[in-house]
Design a protein around this ligand. Structure first.
Ligand code: CAA
Ligand code: NAD
Length: 284
């Protein structure tokens, strides 16, 4: 398997742009894909803003930021995937969307390329089966915001080969992030623990135990969380939170994972959090 030099990222949303950001800062080339140029341009603008924040707080130099930007390109055509060593899918958390991406992407990949998913919850074994290369398929799960969060969960599917795991770990090491390994269970480790807490916070609001601000203040000042759970839900995206809860509920068949009806209602209303300007808080 080749050394990883060129990385493709499918989905230029908050996670895809964050992954391209850290890949380029580590000196690798990043190519960001999405369904339209409007989306890839939004992704690029997000990266530029994130790099500027890091320059302002003296985490990196202005030169580092310029070099990183010069290593990032965008595309909306999967036919350009052939020169990539690793392709990380970071599109919407929906199994059908991801399966279709793998079907469309695979014919264009180099035979040695590793294919990975940044899914928050969906079975890596099932996603791998929708590709043409289950042995070269990995779960590489970054945390949000990618440029700030230290952890990456690595998840092997049943068919993932040792060489694919080794190359993926080496890739994450080069990003200066800490690996934790999770077995392929619904929502892995972080979201198996975090999302039921967020869902419970939404039940706490739904049942009138406290207001949005009392719940978030309680957890920020009473449990030392950097963000309250409702603010964090808005930050993750309520669509993503609901998808993760549905995967937990379906996959573990336990009513304790039932998504809160208020979460369902907010998603149905399109109030999916910070990325659209409205969730539990109003960002407009
Ligand atoms: N890009 C680049 N740098 C960024 C950034 C971004 N998007 N956001 C923040 N930073 C940097 C800034 O440079 C800043 O550095 P300085 O303090 O030296 O200036 C530093 O990060 C901290 O940022 P801020 O001071 O602006 O904000 P903060 O101190 O309030 O921290 C936060 C922001 C890191 C997001 C913090 O609120 C936090 O840790 N929140 C919880 C995040 C969390 O739990 N993430 C996991 C979500 S779950 C998940 O990701 C898995 C899933 O599948 C759903
Ligand atoms: P997002 O909504 O910000 O971005 C998703 C992007 O995928 C959008 O730009 C969308 O246009 C694009 N997309 C959808 N269908 C596509 C297709 N067929 N081809 C190419 N691009 C397509 O979502 P996000 O928060 O960046 O989440 C992306 C993935 O990362 C999800 O699997 C999510 O579960 C996972 N994740 C999210 C977080 C988080 O906190 N938000 C953390 C870790 C992992």
């Amino acid at each position: 398997m080749n050394e990883i030099r060129n990385v493709g990222i499918i989905g230029a949303g908050q996670m895809g742009s964050g992954i391209a950001h850290v890949v380029a800062l580590a000196g690798m080339k990043a190519r960001l894909y999405d369904v339209s140029e409007e989306q890839t341009q939004k992704g690029l603008a997000r990266i530029q803003k994130g790099l500027e924040r890091q320059v302002a707080s003296e985490k990196i130099s202005a030169d580092d930021a310029r070099t990183a930007m010069s290593l990032i390109e965008t595309s909306v055509e999967f036919s350009t995937l052939g020169d990539l060593d690793l392709v990380i899918e970071a599109a919407t958390e929906n199994e059908e969307v991801k399966r279709k991406i793998f079907r469309d992407v695979c014919p264009h990949l180099s035979p040695t390329a590793i294919l990975a998913s940044n899914t928050s919850s969906i079975s890596i074994t099932r996603l791998a089966a929708a590709s043409d290369r289950p042995e070269q398929f990995m779960g590489i799960h970054f945390m949000n915001p990618v440029p700030v969060m230290k952890l990456v969960e690595l998840v092997r599917g049943i068919a993932t080969g040792d060489e694919t795991f080794r190359a993926s770990k080496q890739f994450v090491d080069r990003l200066d992030k800490q690996v934790t390994v999770s077995e392929d269970f619904p929502a892995f480790i972080v979201n198996r623990i975090l999302l039921p807490m967020i869902n419970e916070a939404i039940y706490t609001l739904y049942e009138g135990v406290g207001s949005v601000t009392s719940i978030d203040t309680a957890m920020k000042l009473g449990a030392n969380h950097p963000m309250g759970p409702l603010q964090l839900a808005d930050f993750i995206g309520l669509d993503t939170c609901l998808s993760i809860m549905q995967v937990l509920h379906d996959g573990l068949s336990d009513s304790k994972y039932r998504p809160c009806p208020l979460l369902v209602k907010y998603v149905e209303a399109g109030w999916i959090g910070r990325k659209v300007g409205r969730g539990f808080y109003d960002y407009r």
